[in-house]
Design a protein around this ligand. Structure first.
Ligand code: NAP
Length: 538
């Protein structure tokens, strides 16, 4: 037994020697500790692990200073212990001791830094290459957490891949409970960048880098493509519920389809605080529902977000030119949705982004504890007013009629919430010097005008269909300005189809998804048996 143990220790020793033999560079470590012995057990833990490493290899050097040393002041190090890795090349600090599960992170850090190779996959590197502004990353970890090494190592890889822009602090919550409190990091691992939480739990590296670049947690990773030209059967323009569903149905029918989205995947759903009428989900956050849809669609189709379609040239084969590349396809589906409708009141344009918002989900938290006005009387206005109320915003609604247009269930919730509603009232002007200060309202029954002091105005008065591409293709529109189509979602231009809110109608997530599926099935049948060979223009 003793013999067996000795062999195991020798094995481990040999493995460690091999580990360091494969590291080409010396790694300099600088340890800062409190001279008065604050957090001494952690400081001693850090010393011991570094000492153990230095017994095996001379590739690790250590300098130790107190927090009063001028270097501590120069580097703004105030916590004990703080371990700094290769400060000549990187900005990586460890606030605590690499003990327990964190010993694994420490060894991996030495390997990554010693090789100066981040060890990130190709996709993650492509995403990181796009980073163009600094990121100060904080990863909260605990020695007893087996999931923490992955989160910390993601941070190390990013800091080594982009030393110009990424700095990292690995924060042991046991050594720094006050910092954990300050960041409300009550579970580990948790990752912050530029003081925003970008990850809860261990993230795959691609999701981590995507979250780091976006500065918000991402749940879906969409690989980038360098292709200049992509040939397929169908280009779906728009990545909302209609476009994503069409992608699934088209691919399952055997068509090669791609989804191109200029903005945010999911369209309006992505900014809807809560969805309560999508079958299968009693209550689901709009963004969560979108992530589920996108993950599902990615099983079938390639999705190209952040690409705006600039032109569609019709012909036997359509050429769809985007801001990134060209697509050649036999059919095009316009699932372009709708944009926010503007109120047209004086002050709206001037104060946009300075207290005027069209997205309560996005901007609501900025108004917590403040008074705002919600303009509109439909489902969006009521859903968003309820959301604002729930996050502590003092919201008043204003509607131009004497009753709301929203669904009864929402109206009941609104009544129960106690949110005041000013009926028969219109916004005449939005007032404020450099930001919203008040609104001028007019009662359209009595003609009486009043001024309501508010710090924000949320506008949810419907949407304007995004029909520019349809128009440029020469497709006819309805008198209401939506794309004109038949029951198979064919527009008046052969080979061009439509689905979702751009067609008008009920504009529900479920109807958009339904129309997306119908359009894709119709396209599949038409591509087998093209109606336009018999009929040039309908
Ligand atoms: P909407 O149903 O078209 O309602 C727009 C509201 O804004 C109406 O009350 C309208 O007043 C008012 N309005 C329009 N132009 C105005 C102006 N210039 N000044 C003042 N008020 C104006 O739009 P939405 O609420 O954004 O809903 C769009 C679609 O999405 C709808 O089909 C809706 O059912 C759906 N949606 C559903 C849900 C849900 O199911 N939970 C949530 C959000 C949206 P009038 O009443 O006088 O026309």
């Amino acid at each position: 037994m003793a013999e067996q143990k000795r062999l195991t220790e020798e094995d481990a020793q040999a493995q460690l020697q091999k580990f360091f033999a494969e590291i080409p560079r010396t790694i300099s470590l600088v340890l800062f500790c409190d001279p008065a012995g604050k957090n001494e057990p952690f400081a001693e833990g850090a010393r011991q692990i570094i000492r153990a490493v230095r017994e095996i290899t001379d590739k690790v050097t250590l300098r130790e200073y107190t927090l009063q040393h001028e270097l501590a002041k120069e580097w703004q190090i105030t916590r004990s212990p703080t371990l700094v890795f290769a400060p000549e090349a990187f900005k990586i600090r460890w606030l605590g001791a690499p003990i327990g599960h964190e010993a694994q992170t420490f060894m991996e850090a030495l390997r990554i830094i010693g090789r100066q190779e981040p060890g990130l996959g190709k996709e993650a590197m492509k995403v990181l290459a796009k980073l163009d502004s600094p990121r100060a990353v904080k990863v909260f970890v605990s020695p007893s957490c087996p999931y923490c090494p992955q989160a910390a190592i993601n941070g190390i890889r990013a800091a080594v891949a982009r030393p110009d822009l990424v700095s990292l602090e690995i924060i042991d919550i046991q050594a720094n409970p006050d910092l954990a409190d300050q960041y409300a990091a009550q579970s580990v691992p948790q990752t912050f960048a530029n003081e925003k939480q970008i990850g809860l739990g261990a993230q795959p590296e691609e999701i981590f880098v995507a979250s780091l670049v976006a500065l918000e947690p991402q749940r879906v990773f969409i690989p980038d493509s360098d292709a200049e030209e992509i040939t397929c059967d169908l280009v779906i323009v728009g990545g909302g519920p209609a476009g994503l569903t069409a992608g699934i149905y088209a691919a399952r029918s055997g068509l090669q389809a791609v989804v191109v989205e200029k903005g945010v995947l999911g369209g309006q759903v992505a900014t809807t605080p809560m969805v309560e009428n999508y079958p299968g989900f009693t209550q689901v956050g709009g963004k969560t529902l979108v992530d589920i849809m996108v993950t599902h669609a990615l099983e079938y189709v390639k999705i190209f977000p952040g690409e705006e379609v600039q032109a569609i040239a019709p012909g036997e084969v359509f050429t769809v030119t985007t801001t990134r590349r060209r697509y050649k396809a036999r059919a095009v589906l316009l699932a372009t949705g709708a944009g926010y409708k503007k109120l047209g009141a004086p002050g709206e344009e001037r104060l946009a982004g300075r207290g005027i918002s069209y997205c309560a989900n996005c901007d609501g938290p900025l108004f917590t504890g403040k008074k705002v006005l919600m303009v509109g009387g439909g489902d969006s206005a009521v859903t968003e007013a309820l959301h604002l109320h729930n996050i502590g915003v003092g919201v008043t609604m204003v509607h131009r009629r004497e009753s709301l247009r929203a669904q009864e269930r929402l109206v009941v919730s609104l009544r129960q919430s106690g949110i005041p509603v000013l009926f028969n009232s219109e916004v005449v002007e939005i007032l404020g010097e450099s930001r919203v200060e008040a609104v001028r309202l007019k009662n359209n029954q009595t003609g009486e005008e009043s001024t309501l002091p508010v710090e924000g105005v949320f506008i949810a008065i419907g949407f304007t269909p995004a029909v520019e591409l349809a128009r440029s293709l020469g497709a006819e529109l309805t008198p209401d300005g939506y794309i004109k189509k038949d029951e198979r979602h064919r527009t008046t231009v052969p080979g061009v189809y439509s689905a979702g809110d751009v067609e008008g109608g009920f504009k529900q997530i479920v109807t958009a998804a339904g129309h997306g599926s119908e359009a894709a099935l119709a396209i599949f049948e038409d591509l087998i048996n093209p109606y336009w060979t018999n009929q040039k223009k309908r």
